[in-house]
Design a protein around this ligand. Structure first.
Ligand code: IVH
Length: 720
C-alpha cells in the first residue's frame, strides 16, 4: 500500500463508520442528528474515494447497498431451519379454543403467551455469520427460497453488520414491507409513467423483492420488521419476549408493541388493543400473532403437519369505511363485460386511498338498492378490490338517484357504441363488438401483466394509447412493434402531446422480446382463456409439449369424454388418463367404478378446447406461428418426474461458468429433474464449479462430493 492508499483506507473506514452510525440513528431510532444534505455529503465523499481506490471497496461498504449487478435468475438457497406458516383464524372463538387446547396439553402449568402484530409483508430469512449479513432468502417452499441478498442489502434499515456482541450465527426471520407513504408515492409515479399500479403495499414489496436488478430495488421505499429466529449459535434465550430486546440491541428493527398474557381474557384484550393502534404503524398489519412465550413449553407442544401447536394467527376482518357515492360509471372489461363502478369520495381504507369500488353487476345494485348520492359502507381486504358492502340507509338523502343500468347505457357500449346484450347465463351485460377498444386494451393489459407475460412498460395509459392510435389491435400485435413506432406514441392529447420516447420504447421492446422466451404456462395464462388461472395454466403446461399440443390435447378430450360417458363405459378412458399421469384413482369411491380425479375438471377442459376451436383461438395460434413464438413447455408429468435422468440429484453451484449463466445452469438441472440448493452437505450429489469457486468447493472436496466443471456437466446433459 502506498501512503496515499493507506490514508484513503483510513478515511474510508472513518466515513463508513460514520455513515453506518447515521443510518442507525435515522432508520432505527428515528432520531437523526445531521441533515440529509450533510449525510449526502459524507456519502459522496465515500463514493469518490472508493472510485479512486476501487481495490478498497468491500461488500459491506454502505455504498455497496446498491452496488450488485443485475442477476439472470435468483439462486435457490436452503433455510437452515424450515420456515413454517401459522394456522389462521378470523374468530375469537378459535383463539379461545387454541388457548384451551394448549392448557389441556400442558395441564397445571402457567402458559404465558406473547401477542404481537402480524405484519402484512413478504416473509424473509436472513443469516448473519459472526455479525455479518451473509444471505437473505424468501420463504419459497419453506425449505428452499430465492437468494435475494443483493436486494435486501439495499434496505437501509437492515444492517450489514450487527451491532454489539453479535452471535456466531443468527438466522433471523421477519417481513419486508413498503411503508404506506412510499407506496402511495410509488404508485403515483407509476401512474405518470403509464406503468401498472400495485394493488397494495404488500404486493409492491413482493414485486420489488422479485426484481433481479438491485438498482431498481434500492429506489423502492422498503423496510423490515423481525420477529423470530431460525438456527442460532451463541444466542442464549429461553423466552420469546427476550427476542425483541435482543434483536433490537443487535440493530435489527423490531415491533415496538407487544403484550404478555396468561389468560384468554388478556389475550383478547391485547388483540383488541392492537387493533386500535395498528393503523398508525408504518407497516401494514392484518392480524395478531399469539405465541407461547417459553421455548421449553413450545418444544413440548410441538407441531402438527404444517404448523406449530404453540402459535396462532388471528386475522382482523376487513376494514370498513363510510363514504359518499358520487356517481356510477360503466367500465368495459377484457371479455366485453360491462361492470358498474362506484365513483366515491376518496377515503383511506387499509392503507390506501380508494376512489372507486366495483358494484359487480346490475342485480347487485338493485339488491343492495344503491343510489347515486348515497352514503355507503365500503370494504377492502388484502388484495381484494374494494367493494360497496351496503348503503347506510339512515343517511340517505332525499335526492339520492336510483340507477337504471340499461337506460344509462342507452343500449350501447359506453366505449365503442357497439351493441350490448344481457348474458343469459350470467347477470352481466356484455359488449358484443370484439373490436371494442376497451376490450382490446384490457386484453393487452392482461397479456402484459405480472404473472402473465410481465411486460412492465405496457400497462395503463400506454396500453390505452397503443390501442387508441391503432398500433395494436390484439395483444400479439405487440410482437410486431418497432422502437421507432413506439417512441413516437403520443401518451398525451393532440393539443398537449407527450411522446413515449426512444428510451422507454427501447426498454419496452426489450421486455416484449423477452416475453417470447417465457415458458408455456405463462403464455397459457396470458391468453386469458376463460377459467384458466395461473394454477391451471401451470398444470396444463406440465402435461403438454407446446401450445399446439394444448390446442389439440387428447388428454382434455379424454377428460370431457370421461364425464360424458356412462359409468360402465368409462374404464378405458380412466385407464388412459391414469397412465398419462393426468388423473388419479378416486379414493372415496369403490374401485370397481373406476372413478378418477383428473388434473383439470370438465369445465376447464371444455373451456380450453372451445377456445382453441374458436376463430379467435385459431387466429392466435396462426399468429404465434408466423411470429416464430414457440413457448417451451415445463413438461414434467407427475408420473414422469421420477423418471427424469437427474431426478433426486442435488446440485450446488459455485464460481463463474465459462459459457453459461448461473440461471441457465439451474434451468438445465431442473428441466432434467434435479434440485439446486445453496450449501454443500453430505447429501449433495454434485458441485458444479466454475472459475474462482468459493468455500463450497473446499467443502465438497472435504466431504468427497463429486465436482464437475462445465465440460463434464455438458457431457452429463448430453448423455441424459
Ligand atoms: S411467526 C412458526 N410472527 O405470517 C411461526 N409470523 O401466517 C413462524 N408473519 O409465516 C411465524 N408477522 O410470514 C410470525 N409477528 C409474526 C408475523 C408472522 C407476519 C407472517 C409470517 C408467517 C405468516 C403466518
Amino acid at each position: 500500500m502506498t501512503v496515499d492508499e493507506k490514508q484513503a483506507a483510513h478515511r474510508i473506514e472513518q466515513l463508513r463508520d460514520e455513515i453506518r452510525k447515521h443510518d442507525l440513528l435515522y432508520y432505527d431510532e428515528a432520531a437523526p442528528i445531521i441533515s440529509d444534505r450533510e449525510y449526502d455529503r459524507l456519502y459522496k465523499q465515500l463514493i469518490d474515494l472508493e472510485t479512486r481506490f476501487p481495490d478498497l471497496v468491500t461488500p459491506d461498504s454502505p455504498t455497496q447497498r446498491v452496488g450488485g449487478k443485475p442477476l439472470q435468475a435468483f439462486e435457490q438457497v436452503s433455510h437452515l431451519i424450515p420456515m413454517l406458516s401459522l394456522d389462521n383464524t378470523y374468530s375469537e372463538e378459535e383463539v379461545k379454543n387454541f388457548y384451551a387446547r394448549i392448557e389441556r396439553l400442558l395441564p397445571n402449568e402457567k402458559i404465558p403467551v406473547v401477542i404481537e402484530p402480524k405484519v402484512d409483508g413478504v416473509a424473509v430469512s436472513l443469516i448473519y455469520d459472526n455479525g455479518r449479513l451473509r444471505q437473505a432468502a424468501t420463504r419459497g417452499d419453506g425449505s428452499v427460497g430465492d437468494n435475494i441478498t443483493q436486494n435486501i442489502r439495499t434496505i437501509r434499515s437492515v444492517p450489514e453488520r450487527l451491532r454489539d456482541m453479535a452471535p456466531k450465527l443468527l438466522e433471523v426471520r421477519g417481513e419486508v414491507y413498503m411503508d404506506r407513504k412510499g407506496f402511495e408515492k410509488l404508485n403515483q409515479e407509476r401512474k405518470k409513467q403509464g406503468l401498472p399500479l400495485f394493488a397494495n403495499p404488500r404486493n409492491a414489496a413482493a414485486g420489488s423483492l422479485k426484481q433481479l436488478d438491485p438498482a431498481i430495488v434500492s429506489k423502492r421505499p422498503l423496510g423490515a420488521v423481525f420477529y423470530g429466529t431460525g438456527a442460532t449459535k451463541g444466542v442464549d434465550v429461553d423466552l420469546h419476549a427476550e427476542i425483541f430486546p435482543l434483536l433490537k440491541k443487535l440493530g435489527l428493527p423490531v415491533t415496538e408493541c407487544w403484550w404478555l398474557a396468561d389468560s384468554v381474557e388478556e389475550i383478547l384484550d391485547a388483540i383488541h388493543e392492537l387493533d386500535g393502534i395498528r393503523h398508525n404503524f408504518a407497516y401494514q398489519t392484518d392480524g395478531a400473532v399469539v405465541k407461547v412465550n417459553s421455548f421449553g413449553q413450545r418444544e413440548r407442544l410441538g407441531f402438527t403437519a404444517k404448523s406449530p401447536r404453540w402459535a396462532i394467527a388471528y386475522k382482523y376482518s376487513a376494514e370498513r369505511v363510510e363514504t359518499r357515492l358520487n356517481d356510477i360509471v360503466i367500465q368495459v372489461g377484457r371479455t366485453g363485460i360491462l361492470t358498474p363502478v362506484a365513483v366515491l369520495e376518496p377515503v383511506l381504507v387499509s392503507g390506501s386511498t380508494v376512489g372507486r369500488a366495483t358494484l359487480h353487476n346490475e342485480d347487485e345494485i338493485k339488491r343492495k338498492d344503491i343510489r347515486i348520492g348515497d352514503t355507503v359502507m365500503i370494504e377492502k381486504a388484502g388484495e381484494v378490490i374494494p367493494a360497496v358492502v351496503e348503503v347506510v340507509k339512515s343517511k340517505r338523502r332525499r335526492d339520492a338517484k336510483p340507477f337504471d343500468f340499461a337506460a344509462h347505457a342507452h343500449g350501447k357500449c359506453p366505449v365503442c357504441g357497439g351493441p350490448i346484450r344481457r348474458d343469459p347465463e350470467f347477470v352481466a351485460w356484455r359488449c358484443e363488438n370484439l373490436h371494442c377498444p376497451a376490450q382490446t386494451t384490457r386484453r393487452v393489459e392482461f397479456f402484459a401483466a405480472r404473472g402473465a407475460l410481465d411486460i412492465e412498460s405496457v400497462g395503463g395509459i400506454v396500453a390505452d394509447k397503443m390501442v387508441e392510435r391503432g398500433l395494436v389491435r390484439e395483444p400479439v400485435d405487440l410482437f410486431e412493434l418497432k422502437v421507432e413506432q413506439l417512441a413516437k406514441l403520443n401518451l398525451g392529447t393532440d393539443e398537449a402531446p407527450r411522446v413515449f420516447g426512444e428510451k422507454n420504447a427501447t426498454k419496452a421492446i426489450k421486455a416484449i422480446e423477452r416475453a417470447r422466451t417465457l415458458p408455456l404456462s405463462r403464455w397459457l395464462f396470458a391468453l386469458a382463456i376463460p377459467d384458466v388461472g395461473k394454477t391451471t395454466a401451470t398444470q396444463l403446461a406440465r402435461f403438454h409439449d407446446s401450445i399446439e399440443d394444448v390446442a389439440h390435447s387428447q388428454l382434455l378430450r379424454d377428460v370431457l369424454e370421461y364425464h360424458e360417458k356412462e359409468k360402465n363405459e368409462r374404464a378405458g378412458i380412466a385407464e388412459r388418463l391414469i397412465k398419462a399421469g393426468f388423473a388419479k384413482p378416486s379414493k372415496s369411491k369403490a374401485d370397481t367404478d373406476r372413478s378418477i380425479v383428473t388434473e383439470v375438471g370438465p369445465v376447464v377442459a371444455k373451456s380450453v378446447v372451445d377456445f382453441f376451436a374458436s376463430l379467435a383461438g385459431k387466429k392466435i395460434l396462426r399468429r404465434m406461428k408466423e411470429l416464430g413464438i414457440q413457448p417451451k413447455s415445463e413438461k414434467v408429468s407427475a408420473k414422469k418426474s421420477a423418471e427424469l435422468p437427474l431426478a433426486g440429484k442435488t446440485f450446488v453451484l459455485t464460481g463463474t461458468l465459462p459459457s453459461m449463466t448461473r440461471g441457465e445452469a439451474i434451468e438445465k438441472i431442473q428441466a432434467l429433474g434435479g434440485h439446486v440448493t445453496g450449501s454443500v452437505s453430505k447429501k449433495t450429489d454434485y458441485v458444479l464449479a466454475g472459475a474462482e469457486p468459493g468455500s463450497k468447493f473446499d467443502k465438497a472436496k472435504e466431504l468427497g462430493v463429486r465436482i464437475l466443471d462445465e465440460a463434464a456437466f455438458q457431457k452429463m446433459l448430453l448423455s441424459s
